[in-house]
Write a protein that binds this ligand. Sequence first.
Ligand SMILES: C[S@@+](CC[C@H](N)C(=O)[O-])C[C@H]1O[C@@H](n2cnc3c(N)ncnc32)[C@H](O)[C@@H]1O
Length: 589
Amino acid sequence: MYIKYHPILQLCDVLGNKDFPLQLAAACKSANIEQDSPLVLHIEASLGPGRGSNRILLERDFADIEKGSVDLQNGQIIPVNTTTATAEHSDCSSEISQDQVKLAKNNTTPGPYVEASPPSPKRRKTGGMRPVKQTESAPLMPENSEDGAPSVRQVHTETRFPQRKKLGKEVPVLEPTSVDKLIAGIWKQLFSSVQLTRFSTIPEPSFNIRTGVSGEVFQAVNIMCMKYYNQSQSSRALEMIVQAYWIECYEARIAVIRLENPNYSSTEARMMALKEACAVLNWKEKDLRNRLAIWRGYKEIKDAGGWASLIFASTGVYRFCKYRTGFSDGFATRLRHLRSAFEVAADTLHSEWRDLLHVIGHDEPRRYDGHPHGWVIVPGGESAVPLDSTYGHLKLSNGFQYEFIDECVLDQDFFGLIDPRVIPELDNTDICQACKERQSDDIKMNQCSCFPSLFGSVRSPAPIQIFHTTSGRNNGVIARCNIERGTAIGEFTGLITNGIQGVDVMVGGTRPHTYQIFQGQMGNFTRFINHSCKPNSQFQKFYWRGKERILVISKGITAGIEITVDYSDSYWRQLDKRCLCGEYCCRFN
Ligand SMILES: C[S@@+](CC[C@H](N)C(=O)[O-])C[C@H]1O[C@@H](n2cnc3c(N)ncnc32)[C@H](O)[C@@H]1O
C-alpha cells in the first residue's frame, strides 16, 4: 500500500518521523486492510506550552492545555466548544451546548451514562461529567408547581452541564470546623438505618458454626450483628441522655445544699454534691470532674439543638465535648437554627427515638409525623410547618394534596398495562447499558453499582429536606449531607402519562415514543428542586432492567446547600417570572 495523501505527509512533519507513511502502510498490511479501502486515521495529540524538551511531563503540564482539533486539509485550528469544556465555564455560559452528558466513574462513586459506553478502566483525578453523542431524545419538562398556571415550559435533557473539572486549578477548600463535623455526624446518623430503642432483647445464638456456616446461619449472624450494633448505639445514646440529665440534677442538688446550709459557699456546696456522687459512683473526685466537663458539653448540645441532636450525635461528640474547641463562635446559634430540622428527621425517620427519653422520665409526644418531606423547614429555627400550608397562595379548592411515592405510577387509562418506559431493544435484558454488569433487584444477585443509592442495593433515605427559601421561590430542597459528584440523589417520580396540556411535565422517551411524568398530585422531593443558572445537579437518563429512569445526579454538593438544576432556556422563555437564583451569571433575571 502506498500512502500518497497530503495530510499524511504533513503528519510526517508534525511527528518528526519521515518513516511514518511506511510504518502506517505496514500496520495496514498486518491488519489486512485492503489497498483501496477507505482509511480513517484517528489521532489524538496534545499541544501545550513547551517547558524543555527532555523533561518528563507531569499532570500539571497538561492543566492549561486547550482542547481542539487541526484540520489537516486546510490547516485550520478548531477549538472545542468552551461551554462544555469545564465545569466553571459551562455552568455560567449563556451558550447552550446541545451535548448530553454522562458521568464518568470517579474515585468512589461509579457514574451513570446517558448512552452505553464502556467505562474507563483507569480512575481519573477529576471524575465527573463527560460529553456523549447527542441523542434524539425528547425534552424534559418539570411540572409548574408553584403557581399552577398553564404553561408549556420545558426542561431539556440536552442540558449544558459541564463535563469534567479542569485539571490543575485546585480551588482552596475550607477545612470543616469541629462544629461542622459534629453537625455532619448528627445528620449522618439521622439518615442512617440505625434503630435506637430503649429496650432491646439480646438474641441467644441458636446456631453452631463448627459444622460449617450455611446461608441461614450466616443470616442469623448478620442479624445478631445488626442487633448488637443498634443496641450499642442505643446504649451510647441512653448514656449521654443520662449524663446530660445528671448535670441538671447536679446543679439542682447544689442549689438544695445551699438552701439547707446557708453558710456554705458555692464551692463548698459543689464539693459536697461531688462527694455524694463519688460515694455512689465509686470514682475518684478527679475522675468525676473530668467526666463532668464532658457531660456539661452534652447538656449544652441538648440545650441548643434539642435532645435529637445529642441522641443522634454519635461518634465524635465525645471528642467535641472533651476538647471543647467548637463551643464558641456561633456553636449554639447554629444548633438552635437546626433544632426543628433535626427533630423533623428524627421523628419521621426514627419514630421510636423519643422513647429513649423515658429513661429520665420525659414523655415527649412525637411532634412531626408522616412523610419526612411533608414538613417544610423554615428559616431561623422556628418550628417546621406542614407542606400543604406553604401553598395557601395557590388558593386550591381542595388545598395542596400531594402523595409521596418512591416509584412512578403508570396511568393505565392512557397506557393500559404497557409501561412506555420499557425500551423494546433493552427489554428482557438485565445488562446495564453503562457498566455492562448484570442488574438485579435482588441485592445478592445485583452486580451493577452505577447508582447503589437507588438501584440494586440497600436504599437509604435521601439526605435532603424541604425548606422554605428566603428569596421568594417558595420551597426548595436542601442537602443535609455532602453528596458526592456523580451520586444519584433521587429518581424523578410521578404519574407516567401523556397528553397533558397546560401544566409542566417532564417528558421522557424518544420521539415518537414519548411519555410525560406528571408531578401535580404525586411524586417525590424532586418536584421541589428549584432552578439555578449555576446548578449543582442535573437530570440524567438511566436504564434499570430495560426501563428508562430519570434521575437527579449530584455535581458535587456540600451539606447545607440548596440542591438546584438548570431548567433550561426554553423553560424560562415560557415563564413570566424573573429568575431568583442569585448567581452572578444568572441568565433570566
Ligand atoms: C418545580 S417547582 C420548584 C419548587 C417550587 N419552588 C415550590 O415551592 O413548589 C418550579 C417553580 O418554582 C419556581 N422557581 C424555581 N426556581 C426558581 C428560580 N430560580 N427563580 C424564581 N422562581 C423559581 C418557579 O415558580 C417555578 O415555576
